[in-house]
Design a protein around this ligand. Structure first.
Ligand code: DOR
Ligand code: ZN
Length: 430
C-alpha cells in the first residue's frame, strides 16, 4: 500500500519542518518527505490548500467502555477521534469496572483494534479507583499502559499517593493526576466565584485545585516521579507548575480548549452543558492558561472528552454529571483561540497537540519522521464552519460550543497509512 500526499503545507514541529512538500507513505510508514516526489503508479491525494501535520495525540479521553456504553463506546469514541484528526489517544480508566488490571487493558485495546485509532488505555492507580489499595503497576506496565491515573476521582490519601509515586518512579511510568481536593469541591457544580454567587450555590474553589497541584509538585520532588497534572484550569496552578519546572521538578501539565476559551459565565448561559470538572473559571484564569501555553509552562492541549447522555445532561445543573465532549472540535478551537487570535504560530499549536504530548509519554508518535507510523491529519486551517452537535459521530452531544463559528477544518485523518476519515465520511458539506 502506497499513497502520495501532494502539495500540502507540511508542518512537523518535532523536526522543525514547515514547507510545501510531498509525503510518500509506504506500508503504513512515512517513506519520504520532499519536493516533487514522482508518483508513478502510486495513488495521489491532492493536499493543495491543506496543512499536513502529524495525527493529533490526545492524552485525555473518556471512552466509557466497559460499563457506560450509552454515553460512548470505544468504536463511537474512536470514530469521533478520527473525525477530529486524533490518531492516538489515552483512554481514562474510570469505566465500570475500572481499568485496573491487565485483562481490562486488553479488553479496551481489543475493542480499539478495528477502529484504526491507536488507543492506549491508562491504568488505574488504585483498585476500582477507590483510593484504598494500589493496583499492580508492574502488571499494568507489562500490559502496555503508558501511564497511571485515577482521573475522575482525585486521590486524597497522601501516604498512598506517595507510595504510588515511588512505585511509578521505579517503573518509569508517569502518573496523571486530576487535582481537586475532594472535601473542598464535593459534588458542587460550578466555580466558586461570580457564577456560584449569582446562582446561590456552593462552588468549587480554585484553591482546591492549586493545593493538590502544589502537593503533587512536592511529592514529585520527594519521590522523583514524573507527575503530569491533568486539565489545569487556574492561573495560579500554571504558575506553580512553571516555578516547579524551573527548579527541575519532573512535572508537566495539560489543558483543554474549554479552559482557554470559556469562563464561568458560560454556566449562567448554558447550565449543565457547561458543567465540567475542574469547572470553567474566571477571565484572569483564561488569561493565565493562555500565557502558560505561550511560554511552555503548559505542555499539551488535550480534550478531556467526557461524553454523557442527553438525558443526563438535561438534568438540573446540580444533578447533571460533569464533562463535555471534545474530540470533534479540539483542533478547530485550538486554531481559532490560539492561532487565528495571533497568540501562537501554527507550528506551536500543532506541537502542543502532537510532538509535545507524545514526548511526555515517550510515545513513538507525533512526528512525520521517515520510518515512523504514517499517522497524519490534513486540514484547512482557514475554513470557517459552525459547530453543530447534531452532526457529531460521538454518542455524546454535550458540548458548550454548539453554534459557535470556528476556523480550521479537518479533511483527512490517516492512521498507519490508512485513511480513517475523509470528506466522504463528513456528515456535512465539505
Ligand atoms: O468533567 C469531568 N468529567 N471531569 C472528570 O475528571 C471526569 C469526567 C468524566 O468522566 O465524566
Ligand atoms: Zn479529570
Amino acid at each position: 500500500m502506497r499513497l502520495l500526499i501532494r502539495g500540502g503545507r507540511i508542518i512537523d514541529p518535532a523536526r522543525g519542518v514547515d514547507g510545501r512538500l510531498d509525503v510518500l507513505i509506504e506500508q503504513g510508514k512515512i517513506a519520504q518527505i520532499g519536493e516533487n516526489i514522482a508518483a508513478g503508479e502510486t495513488p495521489v491525494l491532492d493536499a493543495a490548500g491543506l496543512t499536513v501535520a502529524p495525527g493529533l495525540v490526545d492524552l485525555h479521553v473518556h471512552l466509557r467502555e466497559p460499563g457506560f456504553e450509552a454515553k460512548e463506546t470505544v468504536a463511537s469514541g474512536c470514530a469521533a477521534a478520527a473525525r477530529g484528526g486524533v490518531t492516538t489517544l489515552v483512554a481514562m480508566p474510570n469505566t465500570r469496572p475500572a481499568t485496573d488490571c491487565p485483562e481490562l487493558v486488553a479488553l479496551v485495546r481489543e475493542k480499539a483494534g478495528p477502529t484504526g485509532v491507536n488507543v492506549l488505555p491508562a491504568g488505574a492507580v488504585t483498585v476500582g479507583q477507590r483510593g484504598e489499595r494500589l493496583t499492580d503497576f508492574r502488571a499494568l506496565k507489562a500490559a502496555g499502559v503508558p501511564a497511571l491515573t485515577d482521573d475522575g476521582v482525585p486521590i486524597q490519601n497522601l501516604a498512598l499517593l506517595r507510595q504510588a509515586m515511588r512505585e511509578a518512579a521505579a517503573l518509569d511510568l508517569p502518573l496523571l493526576d486530576h487535582c481537586e481536593d475532594r472535601d473542598m469541591v464535593r459534588n458542587y457544580a460550578v466555580n466558586e466565584g461570580a457564577a456560584s454567587v449569582k446562582l446561590g450555590l456552593p462552588g468549587r474553589p480554585a484553591v482546591a485545585e492549586e493545593l493538590q497541584i502544589m502537593r503533587d509538585v512536592m511529592l514529585a520532588e520527594d519521590t522523583g516521579a514524573h507527575v503530569h497534572i491533568c486539565h489545569i484550569s487556574t492561573a495560579k496552578g500554571v504558575e506553580i507548575v512553571r516555578r516547579a519546572k524551573a527548579r527541575g521538578v519532573r512535572v508537566t501539565c495539560e489543558t483543554c480548549p474549554q479552559y482557554f476559551t470559556l469562563t464561568e459565565e458560560e454556566v449562567l448561559r448554558q447550565g449543565a452543558m457547561a458543567r465540567v470538572n475542574p469547572p470553567l473559571r474566571t477571565q484572569a484564569d483564561v488569561d493565565g492558561i493562555r500565557a502558560g501555553l505561550a511560554d511552555g509552562a503548559i505542555d499539551a492541549i488535550v480534550t478531556d472528552h467526557a461524553p454523557h447522555t442527553a438525558e443526563e445532561k438535561a438534568k438540573p445543573l446540580t444533578d447533571a454529571p460533569s464533562g463535555m465532549v471534545g474530540l470533534e472540535t479540539s483542533l478547530a478551537l485550538a486554531l481559532t483561540g490560539l492561532y487565528h487570535s495571533g497568540l501562537l504560530p501554527l507550528s506551536r499549536v500543532l506541537a502542543l497537540m502532537t510532538a509535545s504530548p507524545a514526548a511526555l509519554l515517550r510515545l513513538d508518535k507525533g512526528t512525520l519522521a521517515p520510518g515512523r507510523d504514517a499517522d497524519l491529519v490534513l486540514f484547512d486551517p482557514d475554513q470557517e464552519w459552525t459547530i453543530d452537535r447534531t452532526q457529531f459521530v460521538s454518542k455524546g452531544r454535550n458540548t458548550p460550543f454548539h453554534g459557535r463559528t470556528v476556523r480550521g477544518k479537518v479533511k483527512y485523518t490517516i492512521s498507519r497509512g490508512t485513511i480513517i476519515y475523509s470528506p466522504a465520511d463528513a456528515n456535512e458539506p465539505a
